[in-house]
Design a protein around this ligand. Structure first.
Ligand code: GLV
Ligand code: GLV
Length: 325
């Protein structure tokens, strides 16, 4: 009997094709996050599931899928998965690291420049026909070259983001939750491992690349913003709840910090009240990995991971490899 696989939303065809070669595959026909009850009903007879960061993969999910052999997340972030629960049940779960590193780091730079140089705000002035001609005091923004870049969470994406900035000769600071030093950043950029307070106080730009964990939830709140420079900008391409969004709105309104570039939100797809009305924030709809090659490579990596799980092999990017010991 062939294995049955459910994919909770349409992903690039290359990954679906790989799975169809080894199993019967069904894809959620609706291009929207899945309703919980429907998801739980659809996985009742499935051996494998490919899901999204919008799907909660927890005890209830596993209970609803009694013949499940594994779950492949179509995302690098895995705060939507209760990994400990999967491990307790001996079920492998995987994510898609590596294939979206450059895309997400590039998105962080897009947000950094858009916020610093007021790209979206000035684009709006052009489109609405309000521009009156060149003026010495119009749309003055922040300098980037030679300034200090603070990386919160110098993993794959944070490291790539900092390395991409080489041409801007920035001073680079980073924090590390494990306290582990980043040899690449230190040797390539003379980056300095600092504590969080130093990073807040000295950075002109802070870019968030930490996963969402209990320790990083609301890491940026009113107290953190008050310790930043009033000329500083914050960029978040990681997970929304790392920032307490109401406090960010207040800080942007009060001029506690200069601006923000956001790709992720505390309660997606909503934004905190007031955020969308501010000129000093650039808001993207969670598109960090949205490049042609990244989205395709995420699909084929998720497919390879799930195929390995169905065949009883350890997947390439397993979140609980210890279950194979
Ligand atoms: C997207 O946010 C991801 O985690 O891949
Ligand atoms: C995520 O892939 C990271 O390690 O930054």
């Amino acid at each position: 009997e062939r294995h049955r696989i459910f994919i909770t939303r349409q992903i690039p065809e290359e990954g679906i094709e790989m799975l169809r070669r080894v199993a019967d595959v069904e894809v959620n026909p609706v291009d929207a996050p899945m309703d919980r009850a429907e998801l739980l009903a659809r996985i009742a007879d499935c051996h494998g599931v490919v899901g999204l960061l919008t799907d909660r993969i927890d005890a209830e999910f596993f209970d609803a899928a009694p013949v499940l052999k594994g779950y492949a997340n179509y995302a690098v972030g895995f705060d939507n998965i209760d990994v400990a629960e999967a491990t307790r049940r001996g079920l492998p779960v995987s994510n898609t690291p590596g294939v979206l590193t450059n895309a997400t780091a590039e998105c962080a730079w897009a947000l950094l420049f858009a916020a610093a140089r007021r790209v979206v705000e000035s684009d709006g002035v052009m489109r609405s026909g309000q521009w009156t001609g060149w003026g010495p005091l119009q749309f003055i923004g922040g300098d980037v070259s030679g300034k200090t870049l603070g990386i919160v969470g110098a993993g794959r994406i944070g490291t790539a983001m900092a390395l991409m900035g080489r041409g801007f000769n920035m001073k680079v600071l980073y924090t590390s939750s494990s306290g582990r030093r980043n040899a690449v950043l230190e040797s390539e950029l003379n980056a300095r491992l600092v504590d969080f307070d130093t990073l807040l106080a000295e950075s002109d730009f802070i870019s968030i690349h930490t996963p969402l964990t209990p320790a990083t939830r609301h890491l940026f709140d009113a107290a953190s913003f008050s310790r930043m420079k009033p000329t500083a900008y914050i960029v978040n391409t990681a997970r929304g709840p790392v920032i307490k969004e109401d406090d960010l709105v207040a800080a942007l309104k009060a001029g506690t910090i200069a601006g923000a570039g956001l790709d992720v939100y505390e309660n997606e797809p909503s934004m905190a009240p007031g955020l969308a009305e501010l000129d000093n924030v650039v808001v993207l709809p969670h598109v960090g990995s949205a490049t042609r090659s990244s989205r395709t490579d995420m699909a084929t990596l998720a497919a390879r991971n799930l195929i390995a799980m169905l065949e009883g092999r350890r997947p390439e990017t397993c979140l609980n490899p210890e279950i194979y010991d």
